[in-house]
Write a protein that binds this ligand. Sequence first.
Ligand code: FCB
Length: 439
Amino acid sequence: MYQEELSFPHGFLWGSATAAHQVEGGNTNNNWHVWEHTSGKIAGAAIAGLACDWWNGRWQEDLAHAAQDGQNTHRLSVEWSRIEPQPGAWDEAALQHYRTMLQGIIRLGLKPFITLHHFTDPIWIYEKGGWENEETVEHFARYVEKTVAALGDLTDLWVTINEPTVYAFSGYMTAEFPPGKSDARAAFQVMRNMVKGHARAYRIIHQLQPHAMVGFAKHFRAMAPARPAFPLDRWVTNFSYNSFNNAFADALVTGKLKFALWKASIPDAIATQDYVGVNYYTRDLIKFKPLAFKDIFQERYYDPHAPLSENDFIADLPIGFYESLQWAQRYGLPIYVTENGVEDSRDVMRPHYLVAHLYQLWKALHDGMDIRGYMHWSQVDNFEWERAWTQRFGLWGLDVKTQQRVRRPSVDIYREICTRNAIPLDLIRRHAPELLDVL
Ligand code: FCB
């Protein structure tokens, strides 16, 4: 039936995604800078340092590559601590710097998709208790208003907050992110304030730009009970699925946040997304584990048949990507894939991961889902938070010392897909031949 290629709808957005702290370099006024220097939790005791040196202009090289290789969008974030280095004090030069960058991105033929909060907070926010403190909602709203007023003529695609649940889990439960707490109630508080912050941002953006498309980027973790016939495995999987995958997004429908043991009513959050943003990486099997109180009575592992990435961080399970899109579709809104990718410095797994995941994306479209774009994480290797430089997610490699970029073979695969707006069957034959049986 599909003789040559699996095609995508006209106008589909193809791109890659980055985040300010991970690529810009020189971000010394945020909580991650403090964390890198004090927590002892960063792999290799590394720091973001110069990162990919974007602030000094090297974004031009990376995004020129992206444009030459057929991409037509780029998701990037702006850094709150640069725009508002002190409470209420705006750095107009930083905003101008972002304007120049965005104008350059548009000239390259890439439509900017802007994230307003991607894991980092200004130090002054951090010192006031970050998102545990309800005042942060108002501070965030003021920053969003200023930033959208300054940049809004350059885009109408906005992500308010990247992965709020990961921010809350990693900072307040597993203690890998700042402030390094293990306090589920505090995590709930952070989620609650982030729902409020998102809702405020949504309304502010729409006041300034009625036609804008505003959403948040949801890290969807696919999950399944390890022993489906065993009720306790199903129960513990449901519990995690609801808290991790559903809580935040459902609050934007119902106005009620239900997270772990807690509930909050936030009526202002109702109907505050125009699209569902999905970040998908991998899929867990979950087994009930009595007495494992700290691990929420569970043990997680990957399907033993699935290939694992370089540091065993990601299992290549494209079916979970389809599940993430099915989950997103429940909200009845357009879907953007705001991140998807794999850590692989030698580019041995990425070709299969990319082609097999994009096949699932095509299948979801073919099954009638309204998906508008796909952004690969990432264009170039960048500073992977507490995993720092040990994980290499770039289509292009980065030599951190010399700042040299190294073209990986996957660039050519993605280029062919983006430029043709289709997956040529030949790529499937070469990189994911198991799919030929189902086509
Ligand atoms: C996501 C983050 C992104 C990047 C990828 C690998 O959770 O949003 O910044 O670190 O993981």
